[in-house]
Design a protein around this ligand. Structure first.
Ligand SMILES: [Zn+2]
Ligand SMILES: [Zn+2]
Length: 266
């Protein structure tokens, strides 16, 4: 089992030490894990940066990596919260640090945190979705310094009432455009199992999007739990692998030193 989306206390929203996460991953017999702690520049209108110090981060990863190297492979990634005006800052961050893997997520839209600023409230559900996907598309057009797009339909999580979520057909054309661009640029997506935790009944992204990605020729996909707690490391891993096989994927991917490695599944 592999988990390529794990947080530790280097993320402001996680209180568990790297070592605690690693011990649980070993306990669960994971082969390889990648820490992807948050760097979210300019997350809110107050200009809050949600960051860690790369120097301390790499030092800590190195420490646990060598301590447990007989038992598990540990990699150092990052999850960045992209907004178009931050392109230069993220390019610098990523070029100047030896990350193994970079997840590009959208957590904030025009300096409004989707979660804390209640982005979906007071909007027609379809308008909120379209705004989010257009914003993601803009980011994809201008930024290439990442490996996979994180939790592509993250926005779904923040609807007060999941039953108000529009039918996939209503915004499929936006997703298609996004997936085509990801594929064309040689990037990938992750399947983030946290969606199940939030009661959505699907992973991020939902099965319709995974099917579409496959149909459009998409192949690069990583699996991550987005664990902020040791308990969720490897969450639903077997089920996800099975789902990917059913859809027709033959490989998942791991990243080391920003290079991808296919792992045969099924
Ligand atoms: Zn995220
Ligand atoms: Zn995350």
């Amino acid at each position: 089992m592999y988990d390529f989306h794990i947080h530790s206390d280097f993320s402001m929203d996680c209180k568990y030490l790297m070592e605690e996460m690693v011990l649980e991953a070993i306990n669960k017999n994971m082969k390889s894990i990648c820490f992807t702690d948050h760097i979210d520049f300019d997350l809110t209108e107050d200009g809050i940066d949600f960051v860690f110090r790369p120097k301390d981060y790499f030092k800590k990863v190195k420490q646990v990596k060598y301590k447990y190297m007989q038992k598990i492979e540990i990699l150092a990634g990052v999850e960045i919260g992209m907004q178009p005006h931050l392109k230069k800052r993220y390019d610098e961050l990523i070029s100047n640090n030896p990350f193994d893997f970079v997840i590009m997520s959208i957590h904030s839209i025009n300096r409004k945190d989707i979660y804390t600023d209640n982005f979906t409230h007071n909007k027609k559900p379809i308008d909120a979705l379209i705004k989010y996907y257009e914003y993601l598309y803009q980011c994809l057009e201008i930024f290439d310094n990442y490996d996979v797009v994180g939790h592509l339909d993250y926005i779904d999580r923040y609807f007060e009432d999941f039953s108000s979520l529009p039918d996939f057909k209503e915004y499929k054309s936006y997703i298609e455009k996004i997936l085509k661009l990801i594929i064309e640029k040689g990037k990938g997506i992750e399947i983030n199992t946290a969606g199940m935790k939030y009661g959505l009944g699907y992973y991020h992204p939902k099965t319709e999007i995974l099917n579409l990605y496959k149909d459009l020729g998409g192949e690069i996909i990583t699996i991550g739990s987005d664990a902020h707690n040791p308990e969720f490391i490897g969450y639903k891993y077997k089920e996800v692998e099975k789902l990917l096989c059913e859809i027709g994927f033959k490989y998942i991917y791991l990243y080391k030193g920003r290079k991808k490695f296919p792992i045969h599944i099924g």
